[in-house]
Design a protein around this ligand. Structure first.
Ligand SMILES: Nc1ncnc2c1ncn2[C@@H]1O[C@H](COP(=O)(O)OP(=O)(O)OP(=O)(O)O)[C@@H](O)[C@H]1O
Ligand SMILES: [Mg+2]
Length: 117
């Protein structure tokens, strides 16, 4: 994605935001949901990332959004994850973020990073 956006001449600051937000979302799908699918839509105005998984879902989204909240088990923490900063950073580095999560069905997170203005 970084290479593609760079080739397209997208503002480096927007690329940095996309890279951070997408990385955190990607890691979450691997750690908390055993994988998922990322769809990226690029228009002259914005980069929209849709991260969809069929994992366990997030029981309390408001709680999960809080800095420091994590359910990561010890073996994941020993790998350096589990600070509970992924979702707060996804919120911080995207201009819009929406979480649609259903218990036992999965989670879809849509993030938009605006280009330019
Ligand atoms: N895709 C997901 N499916 C199910 N639960 C999720 C998903 N993404 C996040 N969560 C839940 O929200 C919590 C907070 O996520 P967040 O990314 O902020 O922290 P973390 O992944 O635990 O740690 P860090 O991202 O700092 O390594 C997770 O611990 C997990 O319980
Ligand atoms: Mg995380």
């Amino acid at each position: 994605m970084k290479r593609k956006l760079k080739q397209m001449g997208v503002d480096p600051e927007a690329i940095r935001k996309v890279a951070i937000a997408m990385y955190e979302g990607e890691i979450n799908m691997v750690i908390h949901a055993k994988g998922g699918l990322i769809t990226v839509e690029i228009t002259p105005e914005a980069i929209k990332m849709i991260l969809a998984d069929v994992g366990p879902g997030i029981p309390d989204v408001e709680l999960a959004m809080q800095a420091g909240y994590s359910t990561a088990p010890d073996e994941i923490r020993s790998l350096g994850f589990g600070a509970g900063m992924g979702l707060p950073n996804m919120k911080k580095y995207s201009d819009e973020m929406e979480i649609d999560s259903r218990i036992g069905e999965g989670t879809t997170i849509t993030m938009t990073v605006k280009i330019g203005g």
